[in-house]
Design a protein around this ligand. Sequence first.
Ligand code: SAM
Ligand code: DTB
Ligand code: SF4
Length: 316
Amino acid sequence: MMKYDWTIEEIRAIYEQSIPDLVFAAQSVHREYHDPREVQGCTLLSIKTGGCPEDCAYCPQSAHYQTAVERQPLLSVDETLEAASRARAQGATRFCMGAAWRDAPKGAEFDDILHMVRGVRELGLEACCTLGMLNRDQAEALAGAGLTAYNHNLDTSPEFYGEIITTRTYDDRLATLDHVRNAGITICSGGIIGMGETRADRFRLLQQLANRNPHPESVPINMLVRVEGTPLAGSQETDPIEMVRMIAVARILMPASMVRLSAGRLALSDEAQALCFLAGANSIFMGEKLLTTPNPDKDEDRSLLDRLGMHLRRAG
Ligand code: SAM
Ligand code: DTB
Ligand code: SF4
């Protein structure tokens, strides 16, 4: 049942159940809407890397922090489409292009992005971009090029947001999501756990996502990747069980959405990842790199899915 008026008390009650009860509830919902053996493979490519003017405390690409990330200007359309072909050959059905921008550019660079989107669609892949803030015209142009989805994470609760990012507001984020929705592009929006937030912040993030009507079609749940040089480098390790809870609750609140087990998989055992799939995760990023940080390689993922009797969603 679709519901868009979740209260914090309802979310808390779901989140704080025992793991057997929570995972059972999530798996039951999952089976009503999805094939429990199937996972979507998405491939990420950083098309513009580093030097970002925003100060997101988790991010190795912010120009505010000294990290090992090397800056790279926008890739060419050809380089990007070659990477998309390789992703398709590896079994990905969605190709996600990420850029370290505060907002999407205008002019020649934006035209390149539109070409990339058209090219990715022509390969028969879903195309997703994450380029920072968009205005209405940019969202409409991306829709015209055939963009499937736009990723723009809310990251955390409105209350905790200012502790993590000071160069933009939660309302800026919501405004871009509205432009994306109004242009007819599907929304990919989720968050990060392990940044020092409380459970109450997680409930509020889940509430913000689940009370959007329609729900975001895809919900990435990231576990903080602690990167040397960022303010959050010394954060405490995240308990993988909290990741399972986040995924399960996202699945229950947004039954038809794709829930993506996103950044942080290298810090999860095979067994923890299996629990995440049981809890309703049905999408992963494939390939040895996310945007700038490492990710399990495709052979490891194939072998894990094999051992679990699961498989990647086939194209088409
Ligand atoms: N600049 C654009 C933006 O912020 O929307 C797009 C790229 S940005 C890197 C995309 C998302 O990556 C962020 O919203 C954040 O949720 C996630 N992310 C960045 N660094 C991360 C980290 N160290 N650990 C986990 N997730 C991270
Ligand atoms: C999302 O939620 N996670 C991805 C994607 N959307 C763009 C990005 C994760 C980035 C992790 C840090 C890095 O590799 O730079
Ligand atoms: Fe820039 Fe995005 Fe990183 Fe924030 S998360 S610093 S906006 S690249």
